[in-house]
Design a protein. Structure first.
Length: 435
């Protein structure tokens, strides 16, 4: 693979041309603020189409980035990115058959290039989401059907959006809510009074009926007494009238006297008022007992319903948990069988490094910069087999032994490895590293 790049009026770069050939390490040298970062970022722009708007050098109105890119398939493409002040960059892609395209998106389909560098990759290893992103790069190396299967599994078990995970989480939350808000289990006192409630209801109904009969008899007796008094008064009044006419109505008077003498005075109704009040109080207390028993019965019914629902939920959660665990194990097994990377594992979706001291995230807290750089180089080259160019990071972090190892790796993989280094007093330079 070969790349020739010509950059003009971009950022801190006035004009520079550089050639890169497969199997070499290149050191981008220069003082700070001489354009090292701009150059390295530009180097992959021709493969990805990712450029920064308005990155022209100060005072310039036009700039350009030109690339001749020959892949391992010996096909050569020319990519031109023109920059004009205040406008979006324009793209021209010239294919090996000399046809052209001005669509930036075509770069992704042509080169399918995934850029990585050591600092970014190591930084991802500091957080859980970042370690998942690290793992995604390695999963891209697996066969397409395995990636699709892993995506399907992840759609179910992912801790952020997985359908099975969410279903299990919702059941767990509902179980927690039920346990926190479940009715209090019935006490022995409640159970006992519920057992007596039916007999209490019958007893109260009988007492109420007896009470009603007593009141009815009392009212009837009072009515009879009143009727007797009215009739007696009427007869006495009539007697006076008859006496006034006694001479004339002697016979009638005798008949009235006979009738009067035949009247029998009813005995007065007597009732124990205290007893009546006692019966009324007894009925009231019985009603209170029934109300308490009904409350207890309702409480027990609510508890039984809630407890039944809780039992069903716990069983459903257990099924969910087993299914989730089985799918996680299946995902782990598929990753393990298809990863094929020494010292690398993916656990619960997170990338880990394995050595004699255990398993831990890939970041500079646990691994040296050069060790991480070798992982990134290997990963980048495998992700980009036709265009194995690796903008790896800081040359100062590699000792002589590491550099020799990296050079052997570049030659073996026919890759282009680019490092940057703060050095020198002059302008930006690109040198080939030699043993």
């Amino acid at each position: 693979m070969d790349i020739t790049t010509h950059i003009k009026n971009i950022g801190l770069i006035d004009d520079i041309t550089a050639e890169f050939k497969a199997g070499n390490i290149y050191i981008v040298k220069g003082q700070n603020n001489k354009g090292k970062t701009t150059f390295i970022n530009s180097l992959t722009s021709g493969l990805t189409g990712k450029v920064i708007k308005d990155k022209l050098s100060h005072g310039e109105t036009n700039g350009s980035e030109e690339f001749l890119i020959t892949g391992l398939d010996n096909k050569t493409y020319k990519v031109v990115i023109n920059h004009k002040q205040g406008k979006n960059p324009s793209f021209t892609i010239i294919y090996p058959n000399l046809s052209k395209s001005s669509r930036k998106g075509d770069l992704a389909s042509i080169f399918q290039y995934t850029p990585l560098n050591t600092e970014t990759f190591a930084g991802l290893g500091l957080t859980e989401p970042g370690r998942r992103k690290q793992a995604e790069y390695f999963i891209k190396l697996m066969p397409t059907e395995i990636q699709e299967r892993l995506l399907t599994l992840d759609a179910e078990i992912n801790t952020a959006h997985g359908t099975l995970y969410i279903d299990r989480r919702d059941k767990a939350n509902e179980i927690k809510y039920l346990k926190q808000n479940s009715p209090t289990p019935p006490t022995k006192e409640q159970t006992d009074i519920v057992g007596n409630i039916n007999q209490w209801i019958i007893d109260v109904e009988n007492m109420e009926a007896e009470y009603d009969k007593t009141i009815e008899a009392k009212n009837k007796a009072e009515l009879e007494i009143q009727q007797y008094a009215n009739k007696s008064n009427n007869l006495n009044f009539r007697k006076e009238e008859i006496e006034d006419q006694i001479a004339k109505l002697q016979g009638e008077l005798m008949g009235v006297e006979d009738t009067l003498s035949s009247l029998v005075e009813p005995e007065p109704f007597t009732i124990d008022e205290q007893g009546l009040l006692g019966k009324k109080e007894e009925i009231r207390l019985s009603h209170e007992a029934i109300f308490t028993a009904q409350e207890a019965r309702s409480s027990i019914e609510r508890y039984n319903v809630s407890n039944s629902k809780l039992i069903k939920l716990e069983k459903a959660y257990a099924v969910c948990d087993e299914l989730l665990d089985s799918k996680r194990k299946l995902k782990a097994k598929m990753i393990s069988e298809n990863l094929n990377m020494n010292h690398i594992s993916i656990e619960d979706g997170q990338l880990l490094f394995k050595d004699e001291s255990g398993e831990y995230p890939i970041n500079e807290d646990r691994l040296s910069y050069s060790r991480i750089a070798m992982i990134v180089a290997d990963l980048t080259i495998k992700l980009n087999p036709n265009y194995p160019i690796v903008c790896l990071g800081k040359a100062a972090e590699f000792d002589e032994t590491s550099m020799e190892k990296l050079l052997k790796y570049a030659k073996a993989t026919k890759s282009i490895i680019v490092l940057d280094k703060v050095e020198g007093n002059g302008e930006l330079k690109i040198n080939v590293y030699e043993e």
